[in-house]
Design a protein around this ligand. Structure first.
Ligand SMILES: C[S@@+](CC[C@H](N)C(=O)[O-])C[C@H]1O[C@@H](n2cnc3c(N)ncnc32)[C@H](O)[C@@H]1O
Length: 433
């Protein structure tokens, strides 16, 4: 009796990507976390194809539906179809092997590509690559000297440039050009095409340069603790803002950096040590348990609590993400608890910065509103004024006296990740408002 021939297997890489996609959609899990857990030798190529799918999801899903690929082939795994069509249209533009699913997608190639090009689908231009100088280890002068030696051209704008003109200048950066940021000293801006170039750069490995989005660098910039100050970072890991605070304070003073998650605490310790932070005291524990007995000297506090992350541009969205009210409600409760604890527990505090990488009002304006009600000894400062009015996006005007003082970074208009920021100051006895 003749043996049934073995069917040709789908290459592991496509199967692994499809499995991740399926789990991410069905279990609402983060693609990045799933890739990390996969321990697949080719994590990079998995990441590449899934990122391409996330960027071109509408076009891929539309083309699959209109060609009838899944209807004609009912046993075809829809996640695998999405991976293969993405690779064919937006990735390597060819498929490996002779497995049945690969052959099927190849047979639809012309129709798929025509539908995608006819749809006029325009991929959103990615935002620029921001690189921040870690002044613990490297100076602005050294960085500029290095870039000039490497033939990068610095695009310099006049000192009175408006914010709108600054944004236009970023959009028209040439391939070999870079700019320095108009709000945060030591933030360098490159075309998005250099994103991966910097990931593997020696200056980044040695922590002299830090890959940190401009939006998240605004928190330490606006809190602005002076040299020698005592600062409490209540939600600190992995430590990006602790490190920036350390730079703002020129590595002089004291930063208590609190993190409750043991694994993330270890990362916080490693990063701050490698980055040359001499004033950081990492603390493993719940920030809600800190009392003024041990932290009476705290003058400045950063509150950057866990949030929905809805503003993060590096997240890979692989399906429609409806607003999850019950999750937001829980997060809001924790955010109010932590910010209110910051306001109520430390007698010598002068300023507090609250930030989230969420664009939901529930985690932003509503938290600020509630904490001001609970802690009337604090008032809001205008973030826009602190940026010399060179800013466009503020909070929602439906929150009187709150919205206008808060700040949003919005991906499409500010060319950054999406974040929210509020800055509080302790009232003096004679303060009216
Ligand atoms: C948004 S992340 C902070 C990012 C960090 N500020 C940075 O810039 O790298 C929030 C962190 O706060 C931690 N966290 C949440 N609630 C906490 C609490 N009550 N006490 C201490 N850490 C907390 C979480 O484990 C998480 O690592």
């Amino acid at each position: 009796m003749s043996k049934k021939p073995h069917s040709v297997k789908v290459p592991t890489q496509y199967r692994a990507a499809a499995k991740i996609l399926k789990t991410a959609v069905q279990q609402q899990k983060s693609v990045k976390t799933l890739i990390f857990a996969e321990k697949h030798a080719r994590a990079r190529s998995l990441q590449a194809v899934l990122k391409k799918f996330s960027e071109n999801r509408v076009a891929v899903e539309n083309a699959i539906e209109k060609t009838g690929l899944l209807k004609d082939n009912p046993s075809f795994d829809p996640s695998l179809a999405k991976v293969l069509v993405t690779e064919l249209a937006f990735g390597r533009q060819e498929l490996n092997g002779e497995s049945k699913p690969v052959q099927t997608v190849r047979s639809y190639k012309e129709r798929l590509l025509k539908l995608i090009s006819d749809s006029g689908f325009q991929k959103k231009e990615p935002n620029p690559r921001y690189v921040r100088i870690n002044t613990n280890l490297y100076s602005l002068a050294e960085a500029l000297e290095y870039l000039s030696q490497e033939n990068w051209r610095r695009k310099v704008l006049p000192a009175d440039t408006s914010y709108a003109d600054f944004l236009t200048a970023i959009k028209s950066l040439e391939e070999d050009e870079f700019m320095t940021d108009m709000h945060i000293e030591g933030v360098l801006i490159f075309q998005a095409k250099w994103a991966n170039y910097w990931v593997t750069h020696e200056l980044v490995h040695s922590k002299r340069l830090i890959l940190q989005n401009k939006a998240t660098s605004l928190a330490a910039e606006l809190l602005a603790p002076p040299m020698g100050a005592t600062v409490l970072d209540m939600c600190a890991a992995p430590g990006m803002k602790t490190l920036h605070l350390c730079n703002v304070m020129q590595n002089k003073g004291c930063i208590y950096s609190v993190e409750q998650d043991r694994v993330r605490y270890k990362t916080l310790c490693d990063i701050t040590e490698q980055a040359g932070c001499e004033i950081v005291k990492p603390i493993l524990g719940d920030a809600l348990n800190l009392t003024s007995d041990s932290y009476e000297d705290v003058e400045y506090i950063l509150v950057d609590p866990s949030c929905s992350g809805s503003g993060m541009q590096s997240r890979m969205t692989v399906c429609d993400e409806p607003k999850d009210d019950s999750r937001l409600y829980k997060l809001q409760g924790l955010q109010i608890k932590i910010l209110s604890h910051a306001m109520g527990s430390f007698p010598n505090v002068k300023r507090i910065a609250y930030c989230t990488c969420s664009l939901w009002k529930e985690e932003n304006e509503q938290v600020v509103e509630r904490c001001l009600q609970l802690n009337p000894s604090y008032k809001l400062l205008s973030c826009k004024k602190a940026l010399r009015n060179k800013w466009h996006n503020v909070g929602d005007k439906d929150y009187p006296n709150i919205g206008k003082n808060c700040l949003y970074c919005l991906p499409d208009s500010d060319l950054t990740d999406g974040i929210f920021l509020a800055l509080f100051e302790k009232r003096r006895e004679d303060d009216k408002d």
